[in-house]
Ligand binder design. Structure first.
Ligand SMILES: C[S@@+](CC[C@H](N)C(=O)[O-])C[C@H]1O[C@@H](n2cnc3c(N)ncnc32)[C@H](O)[C@@H]1O
Length: 293
C-alpha cells in the first residue's frame, strides 16, 4: 500500500492544525459527544488496510465512509481494490482535499466526496460502510445503519463499536504511529454484518409428501436468533442451531428421533431454501411467508 500517503497525510494534519484536536479526541472518546462524530483524526494507512481486509472489500463493492475526513478509506478501496464509493463529511476543506486527491489519482469517476451530515447521507446502495466516529455518534447511527442498509451489508469501524450489537469479527493489534495522534499505540477494527429482520411469526411449507405444516416464531437480537415451531406432531418445539448472517438463515428442529435441518434466504416478507429431512429422507424445498401481526 502507498507509503507516500502517510507522509502526505501527516503534513496535511499539521497544515490543518488538527494535532491538538486529534489529541483531544482521545480524551473526548470517553465523553458522549452526541450528533458530532468528533474532529478530524486520520486513520493511519496500516489501519485503513486492515479495515479493508476485515471488510473483505473487492471490485464489486460500493464503499461509503461516514465522516470521511481526507477520504483515505474510500480512496484506498477504489485505487487499490477497484471498488467504487463515496464519503461525506461536514468539513468542506477536507471534502475538497478528498475530491482533489481523487482527481489527482485519476479515480474521480469512482470516488466522490460530499459536504453532508452523516445522518442525511443516502447509504442504501452501500455494500460496505466504514466509520471512525466517536462512541456517542456510533450509538446515534446504529438505527440508521440497521434501518437503511440492505441485509448482508458489511459495517467496519476503527476503534469504536455499537455497544450491545456484538461484532461478527474484530482484530486488535499494536500500531505505534497512533500514539502520536491519539495517545494510544493500538487499534481495533470491528466488522458487523447487517442482519435481515426476521422477528415475528412465519407460516412454513415443506414441499415433500407427508411433511408437517407448521408456524415458525422467531425472536431476534441483531444477528442472534432463537425461536420455536408450533404445529405438526407436538405443540411447541424449540429451534436448535439457529443462525442468521445477513439474509442467510439456518435452523433445525427435532422430528421423531431425528432433526430437520433448514437453510434458506430471507427476502423481506418471504423466505425460501432447502431442508434436509429427518430420518435420512433426502432434501426438499421449503418456503415461508410472514404472518402479519
Ligand atoms: C475521526 S475523523 C475520521 C476521518 C476518516 N474517516 C478517517 O478514518 O481517516 C471523523 C470525521 O468525521 C467528521 N464528522 C464529524 N461529525 C460529522 C457529522 N455529523 N457529519 C459528517 N461528518 C462528521 C469530522 O469532520 C471528521 O473529519
Amino acid at each position: 500500500m502507498r507509503q507516500v500517503d502517510s507522509k502526505h497525510r501527516r503534513r496535511l494534519l499539521l497544515a490543518l492544525g488538527a494535532l491538538p484536536l486529534a489529541r483531544g479526541a482521545a480524551a473526548a472518546s470517553s465523553i458522549d459527544d452526541k450528533r458530532t462524530g468528533g474532529p478530524y483524526v486520520p486513520t493511519p494507512q496500516v489501519v485503513v488496510d486492515q479495515m479493508l481486509r476485515i471488510g473483505r472489500i473487492g471490485a464489486r463493492d460500493v464503499v461509503v465512509d461516514l465522516g470521511c475526513g481526507d477520504g483515505v478509506i474510500v480512496l484506498t478501496a477504489v485505487e487499490q481494490l477497484k471498488a467504487q464509493g463515496f464519503g461525506v463529511d461536514i468539513d468542506p476543506d477536507l471534502v475538497a482535499l478528498a475530491n482533489g486527491e481523487a482527481k489527482k489519482r485519476g479515480i474521480a469517476d469512482r470516488a466522490k466526496f460530499y459536504v453532508q451530515d452523516v445522518f442525511k447521507a443516502d447509504i442504501g446502495k452501500a455494500t460496505v460502510v466504514t466509520l471512525y466516529l466517536l462512541p456517542g455518534m456510533m450509538l446515534d447511527l446504529r438505527s440508521k445503519i440497521l434501518g437503511e442498509l440492505k441485509p448482508g451489508t458489511r459495517v467496519v469501524s476503527h476503534d469504536y463499536h455499537f455497544d450491545d450489537w456484538t461484532p461478527d469479527d474484530q482484530y486488535t493489534w499494536d500500531v505505534p504511529e497512533k500514539e502520536l495522534i491519539t495517545g494510544v499505540p493500538r487499534a481495533t477494527v470491528y466488522l458487523w454484518i447487517v442482519p435481515a429482520r426476521i422477528a415475528g411469526k412465519w407460516q412454513v411449507r415443506m414441499e415433500a409428501p407427508g411433511t408437517e405444516k407448521f408456524d415458525l416464531v422467531l425472536k431476534q437480537r441483531y444477528q442472534d436468533i432463537d425461536g420455536v415451531i408450533i404445529g405438526g406432531a407436538s405443540k411447541e418445539r424449540k429451534l436448535t442451531q439457529s443462525r442468521l448472517e445477513g439474509d442467510d438463515i439456518s435452523f433445525a428442529f427435532t422430528s421423531g428421533n431425528d432433526r430437520h435441518h433448514f437453510k434458506g434466504r430471507v427476502s423481506g416478507e418471504a423466505m425460501e431454501g432447502t431442508v434436509q429431512l429427518a430420518g435420512g429422507k433426502g432434501a426438499a424445498k421449503w418456503s415461508a411467508t410472514r404472518i402479519k401481526a
